[in-house]
Design a protein around this ligand. Structure first.
Ligand code: GLU
Length: 433
């Protein structure tokens, strides 16, 4: 397989295959300005909120299995500490840049505010292709990166979580490293942990589940029956695979899914358990016997009612937005749609459930996990899912109402709500000294 035959050096090199040409932080600031205009936010607050409060870049060595030493670059960014401790995932990807991590940290601030969590936004990333590392190398990289960013994180300071290519095992190593460094166990320093280490029921599924709750609300607004509808999901990872399964449980036909190596399409609906088994065997959903292979770019244009981008940013552009057939786009990924595409989709009547709302289920259950850890008192899965549904439903109603009130699309409405809350609390706290 091509990926495995790449040289070891490739693990630290940035690939040129990045989809989005634009600096992602510029995209985040452009979205912010649009919503700030709607709110009539004053210039001082605009200056404060349009930059990231703290940015740390670390370059650190890892000894590889063959005895060689590689140096990796990582970041941890806290966008705004006004709302409380900061919160946000850590991603391992060969295309990670500081600009991307800054954008993702800013989005986390708005996301937490939209669903009413007492957190500011943060994000971390290491520029690495983790698929080229052995388990030992991955563990060593995680432990050293954790130690490098340790001054910034903590259960009352900044709480990491999984993101692209990280998972409960990585969070377990992070939690253990932090705990070893301080000399006692601190489960609350991270979320998305395995259950036995203080993880929460329902956390693994939370992003996908929250996203499907959002789709249910949107379908209600549009008077659309999800039974018999057709769903396309780009990305079959933490969020996408769960969203696909839950859409199927609601009676939607999942006609295409994909991962970084490509997709599979069957207009009659895919057997998702068989697709997952195929991926477990071969490493990808592509090549699935009962589907036809489809490229990731073409997958977005397939005939469907619900499109769930659940992979990386910058996928829906001014170029392909004119040709998307879906009625609902539910952004399980962060930043999949560029601002120019937002306008086109809105004019075409496509109902976009923006990332800072649609994928907020993940950080919401992370918040539940953090609360459970601080109190050392676990909840049942039913409690978790019930509270998640309640939070997503209330946030939907509030964002939808704002979009009607200002006659703006759901992204600007969600941003306006998030930004208004963060601006208000920063205003109340005042400027130190
Ligand atoms: N990485 C997820 C996100 O982008 C979850 C963050 C968290 O749980 O802190 O929302």
């Amino acid at each position: 397989m091509a990926v495995e035959t790449l040289t070891r050096e490739t693990a630290v090199e940035s690939s040129q295959l990045s989809h989005h040409e634009r600096d992602l932080f510029e995209v985040a600031v452009e979205q912010f300005e649009i919503a700030a205009d709607v709110l009539g936010l004053d210039d001082g607050m605009r200056r404060v909120l349009s930059c990231c409060q703290r940015e740390l870049t670390v370059n650190f060595p890892v000894e590889m299995d063959d005895g060689s030493v590689q140096v990796f670059t990582g970041h941890r960014v806290q966008h705004n500490t006004g709302p409380g401790p900061t919160k946000g995932g850590i991603r391992y990807h060969q295309n990670v840049t500081l600009a991307e991590v800054k954008a993702l940290a800013m989005w986390m601030t708005w996301k937490c505010a939209v669903v009413g969590l007492p957190f500011g936004g943060a994000k971390g990333g290491v520029q690495v292709n983790p698929k080229l590392l052995s388990r030992t190398e991955l563990q060593n990289l995680t432990r050293r990166y954790t130690t490098e960013i340790q001054p910034m994180i903590g259960q009352n300071k900044d709480i990491p979580a999984p993101d692209v290519n990280t998972n409960p095992q990585v969070m377990a190593w992070l939690m253990d490293t932090y705990s070893m460094n301080v000399g006692y166990s601190v489960p609350g320093v991270t979320t998305g942990k395995p259950l036995v280490l203080g993880g929460s029921e329902g956390r693994n599924e939370a992003t996908g589940r929250g996203c499907v709750f959002a789709v249910e609300q949107a379908a209600k607004t549009l008077g659309m029956d999800l039974t018999g509808s057709r769903t396309v999901v780009q990305g079959f990872g933490n969020a996408g695979a769960v969203a696909a399964r839950l859409m199927a449980e609601l009676g939607s036909k999942v006609v295409a899914v994909s991962d970084s190596r490509g997709g599979t399409h069957n207009p009659n609906g895919l057997d998702l358990a068989a697709v997952a088994a195929h991926k477990a065997r071969t490493g990808s959903v592509s090549g699935f016997r009962e589907g036809e292979d489809v490229a990731n770019d073409d997958l977005l244009l397939l005939d469907c009612d619900v499109l769930i981008p659940a992979a990386l940013e910058g996928q829906i552009t001014g170029e392909n937005a004119t040709r998307i057939t879906a009625r609902i786009i539910a952004e399980a990924a962060n930043g999949p749609t560029l601002p120019e595409a937002d306008t086109i989709l809105y004019d075409r009547g496509v109902f976009v459930l923006p990332d800072i709302f649609a994928n907020a289920g993940g950080v919401t259950v992370s918040y539940f996990e953090w609360v459970q850890d601080l109190q050392a008192f676990p909840w049942t899965e039913q409690e978790v899912n019930q509270r998640l549904r309640q939070i997503m439903t209330r946030a939907y109603e509030a964002v939808h109402e704002t979009s009607q009130k200002y006659k703006v699309h759901m992204r600007t409405a969600a941003l306006a709500r998030g930004i208004a809350r963060v601006a208000e609390l920063n205003e109340l706290r005042g400027i130190y000294p």
